[in-house]
Design a protein around this ligand. Structure first.
Ligand SMILES: Cc1cc2nc3c(=O)[nH]c(=O)nc-3n(C[C@H](O)[C@H](O)[C@H](O)COP(=O)(O)OP(=O)(O)OC[C@H]3O[C@@H](n4cnc5c(N)ncnc54)[C@H](O)[C@@H]3O)c2cc1C
Length: 299
């Protein structure tokens, strides 16, 4: 459904769908996102902001997205928020002009650097994995304050971690949100979870032997987080050797609990009108969310 063009146009116009999506985002405008950021600050939770949108078809759209994020970085900083941004490369023109896309990310990183902040790059579907990592390598060489998301369901990710380690990378490890074929991705939850833990351990081991890198675990799977936290203890590293990143509206109680226990926690807050494909991926992750959406049909 995430790729259906008819639904992509019509569903976001339906009031019940607009109500339902508020389960996962505080609102469409940046003000709502910044307000959420202020609330998280009270609980000692940082924020990553993302304006939803992907696969733009004209380069001027990419330029507008970059301009928007430049302004957003200023606003995050002016509000004194512990906030970063995360961008999708296909929203910055990856399908149209790779050089210009890399230049946009570099410009955002240079701006964020003036405030000591990081710019994250989301990882999209399998057709973009190699291109995204290549752009990250290019940008990272001149902009240390950049990070990239890697997906544990991909068979190649262990190699990608080894490839990036010499760059002292910032890596946000997630399980992966797209429907990928067996040839490139583990299909069972057990296999994905096992690879997630193995990848997290390999990155922590790198820190253990003195490698400088930032590790973010982008997951709501608190059992996996607990398992990895135990491993951190055995290495004699502090709890903050990794940070936890979760999505707005999902396991909020666990976000607060982990922050209260001294873990570094960030909430990824999405905003923007182009939420349809992203929202479909959130529904697909958990059937109970579909029931929640349907309940919004009731008066
Ligand atoms: C900060 C962050 C950034 C991300 N960035 C990317 C990215 O760039 N590229 C990408 O492919 N994916 C990204 N993802 C999505 C990720 O790949 C997973 O699809 C998503 O996090 C669900 O997997 P999980 O790790 O939470 O584990 P799961 O095993 O799916 O879930 C563990 C538990 O978390 C809860 N949960 C999980 N998802 C939901 C949900 N939608 N609604 C309600 N409860 C839920 C449930 O209680 C579930 O039992 C990101 C996720 C986060 C948290």
């Amino acid at each position: 459904m995430a790729g259906n063009r008819w639904l992509r146009y019509h569903l976001p116009r339906l009031p019940f769908a607009r109500r339902a999506v508020l389960r996962f985002m505080p609102g469409e405008d940046p003000e709502a996102a910044l307000r959420a950021g202020r609330d998280f600050k009270k609980d000692g939770i940082g924020v990553v902001f993302t304006r939803l949108g992907e696969n733009i078809t004209r380069l001027d759209e990419a330029d507008e997205v970059a301009e928007h994020y430049l302004g957003m970085i200023d606003r995050i900083s002016a509000e004194g928020l512990d906030g970063e941004i995360s961008v999708k490369l296909t929203q910055l023109g990856l399908d149209l002009d790779v050089d210009r896309t890399a230049a946009h990310v570099a410009r955002l990183a240079a701006k964020a650097n003036t405030f000591g902040k990081t710019v994250w790059i989301d990882m999209e579907g399998g057709a973009y994995t190699e291109k995204t990592i290549a752009v990250y390598e290019r940008v990272k060489a001149r902009n240390p304050n950049t990070g990239v998301c890697l997906q544990a369901y991909l068979r190649r990710t262990g190699d990608d971690v080894r490839r990036l380690l010499p760059l002292d990378p910032s890596i946000r490890l997630v399980k992966g949100a797209y429907a990928e074929p067996e040839a490139i991705a583990f299909q069972s939850k057990d296999d994905v979870d096992a690879n997630f833990v193995a990848l997290a351990i390999s990155m922590l081991d790198a820190i253990g032997v003195g490698r400088k890198m930032r590790i973010a675990l982008g997951t709501h799977d608190v059992a996996l987080i607990a398992q990895i936290a135990k491993y951190v203890e055995t290495l004699g590293l502090p709890k903050t050797a990794f940070e936890v990143q979760m999505l707005y509206g999902i396991r909020s109680d666990e976000q607060r609990r982990l922050a209260g226990e001294g873990f570094a926690v960030r909430d990824l807050v999405c905003y923007g009108a182009a939420w349809y494909p992203w929202y479909m991926r959130r529904l697909a992750e958990r059937p109970a969310n579909v029931l929640f959406a349907l309940r919004q049909l009731l008066p």
